[in-house]
Design a protein around this ligand. Structure first.
Ligand code: MRU
Length: 366
């Protein structure tokens, strides 16, 4: 999508520099910094410390990491070591494991001399596939928005609430939850987005708002607790969120606070949709609450808030008393009974074993 009118992906391979480059998201929206990723440690740190984040982008970054490693040392031992080190960086988003497996399964059967080139090619494909997948999520999600708009008076705005950042910065391009929004805007449907700030790291405030501004999509930033109130007062027509891992039975793990939004939506008959590329489905797990590992992040993300200081620099301020520890589970699970539908690249399906199996008969395990 666009930054100051210029098209960007969130990650790309720079042929001249000979390495992958990313937009370093730790400084957005206040500073736009592009960073080279060259060594295994660069890649691992970029995922672990959230220079890049969002499930699909984490996967795309891991694919470039394996490609860089194969250039350095294409041995089986190095492939396995890199797989293990990268896999340990963030535990919840399943796209990481998906991309690492995709790369290893492509490379393992090849002679070492062919691995660097094959890895580069597959990493580029993984990235391109993500872009096309998300575009298709937008095509299918648009129909949901179109139906809601059709029930309104001509020109009346469709209000969509979203949580965290499942925008283009969380993917290679388009975003998942935001792709239907861009498609609706292009189709001339008037939309307005309620952007949850998404404490503790404020991905909504910092990233989604920035994306909406860049594309002139009308929006308001709201505190995380405002959603229920807005729904009670008819100010939310639908919710669209992303996901870090969706089970084969349709439970959805996403940024902490998503579950509470789903409860409020259910109580107010507001449709609650989850947008996801198929690599986000973990076909090996069924019950999200008991089977998905939830990342516990540093408590300092809760006790401190980062932002632009009056002198224009970026800094962090402590908002709690000295000595109060922060508790920081980063994700929660929304049970499928609270979800209206899953928007995938193949179409919209029910969040159920049957719904997912019918949409992906070639992927389902049993
Ligand atoms: O901790 P983050 O910022 O990586 O969490 C991101 C989310 O929870 C997104 O909603 C999810 O990855 C879907 S991104 C298309």
């Amino acid at each position: 999508m666009k930054v100051d009118g210029k098209h960007y992906r969130s990650i790309w391979f720079n042929e001249e520099a000979g390495c992958a480059q990313i937009i370093d998201q730790r400084w957005l929206p206040h500073e736009f910094r592009v960073v080279d990723l060259e060594t295994r440690e660069d890649f691992a740190a970029s995922i672990r410390d959230m220079w890049v984040r969002g499930a699909p982008l984490i996967g795309a970054t891991a694919a470039f990491a394996i490609s860089a490693e194969m250039k350095r040392d294409p041995s089986d031992a190095n492939l396995d070591e890199a797989w293990d080190e990268l896999h340990a960086t963030r535990p919840t988003a399943i796209n990481l494991r998906w991309a690492l497996n995709e790369m290893r399964n492509t490379l393992r059967p090849l002679p070492e001399a062919e691995r660097a080139e094959a890895a580069h090619k597959r990493a580029l494909e993984v990235n391109d596939e993500d872009v096309e997948t998300n575009r298709m999520i937008g095509v299918h999600g648009l129909e949901i928005i179109r139906k809601i708009a059709a029930k309104k008076k001509p020109g009346e705005v469709v209000n969509i609430l979203t949580h965290c950042n499942a925008g283009w910065l969380a993917t290679v391009d388009w975003g998942t939850a935001t792709s239907p929004m861009y498609h609706a805007q292009a189709a001339g449907i008037p939309i307005h987005i309620w952007v949850d700030e998404t404490r503790p790291r404020n991905q909504g405030a910092l990233l989604t708002s920035w994306e909406m501004n860049s594309h002139d999509i009308p929006h308001h930033l709201i505190v995380d607790n405002a959603g229920g109130h807005l729904m009670q007062h008819g100010q939310v027509d639908l919710v669209i969120v992303g996901t870090d891992r969706t089970t084969a039975h349709g439970d959805v793990c996403n940024k902490i606070g998503t579950y509470l939004k789903a409860l409020a939506a259910y109580d107010n008959n507001v449709p609650f949709y989850v947008a996801l590329p198929s690599p986000t489905i973990d076909w090996t797990v069924k019950d999200g609450v008991t089977e998905i590992p939830i990342e516990e992040r540093d408590g300092e993300e809760v006790t401190h808030v980062q932002g632009k200081l009056p002198d224009g620099s970026i800094g962090s301020v402590q908002i709690s008393p000295d000595g109060t520890p922060g508790g920081n589970p980063a994700f929660d699970v929304t049970p499928r009974r609270l979800i209206t539908g899953l928007i995938t690249e193949r179409g919209v399906c029910e969040p159920s074993p049957e719904g997912l199996a019918a949409m992906f008969p070639d992927r389902v395990l049993d």
